[in-house]
Design a binder for this molecule. Structure first.
Ligand SMILES: Cc1ncc(COP(=O)(O)O)c(C=O)c1O
Length: 387
C-alpha cells in the first residue's frame, strides 16, 4: 500500500468541497450559475503579448531548456518595470529571478529560508500557499489575524517576543487577497523596523500591484528606506496582463534572498519557457494603456456589483484595489453556511472567506471576474435572498 508523507497527510482538508459538490449538483439541475468564486480574469491577454508569444514560439533556440534564473533580457525588463513603476532600481543579474508564476515563488521561498522548527508569520485570512509552503519546509505557522477594525493590517506589536525571536519570515500581501485592503506607508515603515529588530525576512506578495481604483498606485515595499536589506518581493504577470495560464512572474529584492530562492529553483525546476519570457518582456516594457483600460473595466464592474449589493442593504466592503469583494455574513450564520445558502438559493457561487484562514469567519468573498451585466444580475439575485 502506498504510504503518504506526513506533510501531505497533515494538510488541512480542502475547504471548498461542500461548495464544489453543491455547484456540481446545481449545474446538473440546469441552474444558470454565476461563478464569482475564483480570482481568474475572464478578460483576454492583450494582443501585442499574444503576438510576441506567437513569434517567439517559432524560434528554435527558445525550444531548449531556459536558464534557471530567467533570460537576462527578461530580468532586465522586470527591473525596468520596477524602476518605472516604483522608482526602485535593481541589478537584473543579481536582484531579479524569473518565476513560473508567483505561486511557485511563494511555495519555494520557505525551502530557501526556513529550517525545521522556524516560525513563519502568515496573514489570516491569507493566500493559502504561505502556510502550506511553510509546512512543506518543516516550519511552524504563526497566524497574524487581519481584522476589519485594523484595516486588515496585522498588529505587529501583538506578536509575542518569543515568537518574533523564532520567526524567520513574515508574509505580507497588499493589495490583499481576500480582503482587498491596501497597506499604508506607515505600516510598511513599521514592518521594516520590526523585521530589522528581530532579524526577520519580509516576503512581500505584490500579485495585485496594478489592480487599484484610487489615484495613488500601491507602493512596493522596496520603496521604504532600509527595506532592501530584509525584503524579497514577488510579482506576477497573471492578473496585470490576464496571463494566469501562462505561468510567469518574478522575484526581486535583496540579492542574498533572491539568490537563495534561485538556488532552490535550480534544483527543482528548469525555468520559464523562453517564448513566454519573450512575451513577458513585451508585457513589461510595452504600452501600459491595456492595464489602465482594465482598471477602468474592473472599476465599472465594482460599481455594478457593490452598488447593487449596497442598495440591497448588504454589508459590503467596497474594494479600493484587487478584484475581490468581501460581504459580511448575517449574524448567527457561518461563512460556509452563508456561501452554501447563496449558491443554493440564487445560483451565485461565492467563496467562504474561512477558506483563507479562521479569521475569514464572518465574510464571503466575491470576485469581479464576470462582465457588468452578469454582476448586475448577481447583485439582483442576492438582493432577493431571504434573510
Ligand atoms: C495573493 C496571491 N499571491 C499569489 C498568487 C499566485 O499568482 P500566480 O502564481 O498566477 O502569479 C495569487 C493567485 O491567486 C494570489 O491571490
Amino acid at each position: 500500500m502506498t504510504r503518504i508523507a506526513e506533510r501531505i497527510a497533515t494538510l488541512p482538508p480542502y475547504p471548498f468541497a461542500r461548495i464544489d459538490e453543491l455547484k456540481a449538483e446545481k449545474r446538473r439541475a440546469g441552474v444558470d450559475l454565476i461563478d464569482l468564486g475564483i480570482g481568474d480574469p475572464d478578460l483576454p491577454t492583450p494582443p501585442h503579448i499574444v503576438a510576441a508569444l506567437r513569434e517567439a514560439a517559432t524560434v528554435a533556440s527558445h525550444h531548449r531548456y531556459p536558464s534557471y534564473a530567467g533570460m537576462i533580457e527578461m530580468r532586465a525588463a522586470a527591473a525596468s518595470f520596477m524602476a518605472k513603476r516604483f522608482g526602485v532600481k535593481l541589478d537584473p543579474a543579481t536582484e531579479v529571478v524569473a518565476l513560473i508564476g508567483s505561486k511557485e515563488g511563494v511555495a519555494h521561498l520557505p525551502l530557501a529560508l526556513v529550517d525545521p522548527g522556524d516560525v513563519v508569520l502568515c496573514p489570516d485570512p491569507g493566500y493559502p500557499v504561505y502556510s502550506v509552503g511553510t509546512q512543506f519546509a518543516g516550519g511552524e505557522v504563526y497566524s497574524l489575524p487581519l481584522r476589519r477594525e485594523n484595516g486588515f493590517l496585522p498588529d505587529l506589536r501583538a506578536i509575542p517576543t518569543d515568537v518574533a525571536r523564532r520567526a524567520k519570515l513574515i508574509w505580507v500581501n497588499y493589495p490583499n487577497n481576500p480582503t482587498a485592503a491596501l497597506a499604508t506607508r506607515g505600516f510598511y515603515e513599521e514592518l521594516v523596523v520590526f523585521a530589522q529588530e528581530h532579524d526577520i525576512v519580509i516576503a512581500s506578495d505584490l500579485a495585485y500591484s496594478e489592480m487599484y481604483y484610487g489615484a495613488e498606485p500601491p507602493p512596493s515595499l522596496l520603496e521604504i528606506p532600509g527595506a532592501r536589506d530584509v525584503t524579497i518581493e514577488l510579482h506576477s504577470l497573471s492578473k496585470t496582463y490576464n496571463m494566469t495560464g501562462w505561468r510567469v512572474g518574478f522575484a526581486v529584492g535583496n540579492r542574498e534572498l533572491v539568490g537563495a530562492l534561485g538556488k532552490v529553483k535550480t534544483n527543482v525546476d528548469s525555468g520559464v519557457f523562453e517564448a513566454v519570457q519573450v512575451a513577458a518582456i513585451a508585457a513589461l516594457t510595452g504600452d501600459q494603456s491595456c492595464v489602465a483600460e482594465q482598471r477602468r473595466i474592473y472599476k465599472a464592474r465594482r460599481e455594478a456589483l457593490c452598488g447593487g449589493l449596497r442598495r440591497a442593504g448588504m454589508d459590503v466592503i467596497v474594494p479600493e484595489a484587487t478584484f475581490y469583494v468581501l460581504v459580511g455574513t448575517p449574524r448567527g450564520m457561518t461563512s460556509l453556511d452563508y456561501a452554501g445558502k447563496i449558491l443554493d438559493q440564487t445560483g451565485v457561487v461565492v467563496t467562504p472567506a474561512t477558506g483563507f484562514g479562521a479569521c475569514g469567519e464572518g465574510f464571503v468573498r466575491l470576485t469581479l471576474c464576470a462582465d457588468k451585466a452578469r454582476l448586475e444580475e448577481a447583485a439582483a439575485r442576492l438582493a432577493k435572498l431571504p434573510t
